[in-house]
Design a protein around this ligand. Structure first.
Ligand code: PHE
Length: 474
């Protein structure tokens, strides 16, 4: 029984929370709200939710089922499905190998901010210096980001070292409920905000909420609609942590008798729910204090510059909200980073049949080296190049671009080809049906059409877009 020696989730809720923990990450918190505000509010939400139930459901089901069926990590799972697809295991495993180190660099930045807020140092350190100067001088300094990286990666490694049940499952069962409480609590607070600026203009959270939730059809043309659709597809499969070996890894720890359809529904509800709630925190609060212009920021500048400015304007309460917020972000990032590390560790264990502790140590050392290089990308190794999509980039952005825009769509596309055309959808449908207790897999027809036709087309379009090959649409 090879499977038992690899570890298993002991309960269904453990599996769901760990997998939702992987899915819920920085993408939910710093990218989803921004895209929603930019892409016509409720219109984006509507498109996103339809995609979650179709495209997201299909990719997630395929990967979790492959994991459970083969009982091995991503490096070998594709080859077990069909020998000719062994190469895909290498690409899929390369993704977390590349993402894990730079994700931990960002995790380190969160550690720094969390520490500053929790120890009450925000006013003196961040606000006095100015949020943008503080952020840029922090990431360009020599040692602080590396130390923070070590702390964050060390915490991830420690959890992974304890294994599936005592490490990942347990940590997720503690962190995820706290994360849910924090995000609901801060969202409620954010909805009560209002502020009158120096020109006497009063803005309330409810005005911000309108930008977020009411569908805005102004200036919607065909090409604009396509670009919203592509934003939503891109966001979705990054957000669900598919195409990076993680769902196969966690699927391989799922019990045979568990109902995968129900679990996947729950994971999607958690992931989408947290993304929507993050929007309820960020959009009203940024809008109240900074107006619509504030909503143009996403990614690091939203989290590390715009939001600290918002907390500053909240006065004394801002310190508490800031501290709680960064704990929330820390938990979201940590449950994602352990899933990345686990995908690598499990592949090493399966391939070389070595102990978990040795595999964890190897992964840790290799990732630290890459992580330090990423940190040094902001000082010693500083250079400036422009990505095909026009954004300026350092080492972190380059790794992010290669994985998110290139490797993820390629892995997802080849997975669709493997399941849809080579092994046939029945291979996954049979696996899913195992835990349904005699009931039918209700979305079977949808699954087949999505995996064979619609998902591959969407993924090809995403790839073309990454290289600006769709610019003729504009
Ligand atoms: N799904 C994560 C998110 O939404 C992204 C992610 C998870 C990236 C795990 C890497 C590893 O942020």
């Amino acid at each position: 029984m090879e499977k038992n020696t690899r570890g298993n989730f002991t309960s269904n809720i453990g599996f769901v929370l760990a997998t939702a923990g992987s899915a819920i990450g920085l993408g939910n918190l710093w990218r989803f709200p921004y895209l929603a505000a930019k892409d016509g509010g409720g219109l984006f939400l509507l498109i996103y939710i339809i995609l979650v139930l179709t495209f997201g459901f299909t990719l997630m089901t395929a990967e979790i089922a492959i994991g459970r069926k083969t009982g091995v990590g991503p490096l070998q799972a594709y080859g077990h499905m069909d020998k000719r697809f062994g190469f895909l295991g290498w690409i899929a495993t390369a993704v977390p190998i590349i993402i894990f180190p730079y994700y931990c660099v960002i995790g380190g930045w969160i550690v720094q901010y969390g520490f500053t807020y929790i120890t009450g140092g925000a006013a003196k350190q961040i606000y006095e210096t100015g949020a943008d100067t503080f952020f840029s001088s922090f990431i360009t300094s020599h040692w602080a980001p590396i130390i923070c990286l070590l702390i964050f990666m060390g915490a991830s490694a420690l959890i992974v070292l304890f294994g599936v049940e005592k490490g990942i499952e347990k940590a997720s069962k503690i962190m995820m409920p706290i994360l849910f409480l924090l995000i609901i609590g801060i969202a409620i607070y954010s909805l009560t905000l209002s502020h009158t600026d120096e020109n006497g203009v009063k803005r309330t959270a409810l005005d911000g909420l309108k930008i977020y939730l009411v569908p805005n059809f102004d200036g919607i043309t065909f090409s604009k609609f396509i670009s919203i659709l592509l934003d939503a597809v891109g966001q979705l499969f990054y957000s669900l942590s598919v195409a990076m070996g993680i769902m196969i890894t966690y699927g391989s720890y799922a019990k045979k008798e568990s109902n995968l359809v129900k679990s996947i529904n729950q994971i999607e509800i958690f992931d989408t729910g947290v993304a929507v709630l993050a929007g309820l925190i960020i959009i009203p609060s940024v809008f109240v204090f900074q107006g619509s212009e504030g909503l143009a920021a996403s990614g690091p500048s939203l989290m590390f510059v715009s939001l600290p400015r918002v907390f500053e304007q909240m006065g004394i309460l801002g310190h508490i909200i800031g501290a709680l917020f960064f704990v929330l972000v820390l938990f979201a990032a940590l449950t994602s980073s352990i899933s990345l590390m686990e995908a690598v560790v499990t592949s090493i264990i399966d391939k070389f049949k070595i102990k978990r502790s040795t595999a964890t140590l190897i992964t840790f050392i290799g990732s630290i080296v890459i992580g330090i290089v990423v940190c040094l990308g902001y000082n010693l190794f500083y250079f400036n190049i422009t990505l095909p999509n026009g954004s300026p980039a350092q080492i972190l952005d380059i790794l992010d671009f290669i994985t998110n825009n290139l490797m993820l769509p390629v892995v997802a596309l080849l997975t669709c080809v493997l399941v849809g055309w080579v092994c046939k959808p029945k291979s996954v449908i049979d696996e899913v049906s195992v835990g349904l207790g005699g009931k039918k897999f209700a979305r079977k027809g949808l699954f087949v059409v999505m995996i064979k036709f619609i998902a591959p087309v969407l993924l090809v379009v995403i790839l073309l877009q990454a290289f600006n090959l769709l610019s003729f649409l504009n």
